[in-house]
Write a protein that binds this ligand. Structure first.
Ligand code: 5RP
Length: 224
């Protein structure tokens, strides 16, 4: 039986091959954040000469990419990004996601918005019928923390401040427990309308285009 790390490694290799096959030589690649993304970054080193540059979704990812000698660009200097590769905390069968377990949801959402193709990489434990078991991360401007918490409670969730966490943007994370996310796009919009919310970890309006899913029987490819 493969361990979860072995599954993450397998899907990281599959994503490396996907990029090698589909990203034009010299193209720009977006790179996500988290342990699965870290395995992917380590695999990417083998094909770094084919890539024109990368855009990182967090400071941690930028550091890891640079450590492999992979060029990291400012998103403002990038017009076209062929592919974005990132993990997820949950993914449903419509390829909507919950992200932000690592606290990088806002930059991840920005990079995903720019990319032509969003490739989600995860192991089979992340695939669910209905999202919400994983607490939904919401990035909040610090002075709005209590107000946003009260508004999230009105939506039926139990927000909890992520202790000790300050995002790369200098903000806080509220993790919202107890939501059954039956309308991911509607809830994404609703939460983003609360004043003081930077963004939330639902990626439904811009979900994944392709899912590479590591299972005990190999890596499956699912497309929207
Ligand atoms: C970070 C994220 C990650 O993609 C998500 O938390 C999955 O992480 P991991 O690959 O470590 O399970 O959204 O903000």
């Amino acid at each position: 039986m493969a361990t979860q790390d072995e599954l993450k490694q397998a899907v990281a290799r599959a994503a490396r091959d996907y990029v090698a096959d589909r990203l034009p030589v010299g193209g720009i690649l977006g790179v996500g954040t988290g342990s699965t993304a870290n395995f992917f970054i380590d695999e990417l080193a083998a094909i770094k000469d084919r890539i024109g540059g990368t855009v990182a979704s967090s400071e941690a990812t930028a550091k890891r990419l640079a450590g492999h000698g992979i060029r990291v660009l400012d998103l403002n200097d990038v017009d076209v990004m062929g592919i974005y590769v990132d993990g997820a905390d949950e993914i449903d069968h419509g390829l909507a996601l919950v992200k932000g377990g690592g606290g990088a949801l806002t930059r991840e959402k920005i990079v995903a918005a720019v990319a032509d193709v969003f490739v989600c990489i995860c192991d089979a434990s992340k695939r669910v019928q209905t999202m919400g078991r994983f607490p939904l991360p919401v990035e909040v401007i610090p002075m709005a923390r209590a107000y946003v918490g009260r508004e999230l409670a009105k939506l039926g969730g139990q927000p909890k401040l992520r202790e000790g966490m300050v995002t790369d943007n200098g903000n806080l994370i509220l993790d919202v427990h107890g939501l059954a996310i039956t309308d991911p796009a509607g809830l994404e919009d609703r939460i983003n309308q609360i004043v003081g919310v930077v963004t939330n970890g639902l990626f439904a309006r811009r979900g994944a285009d392709v899912l590479l899913l590591a299972t005990a029987d190999g890596v499956q490819t699912h497309a929207r």
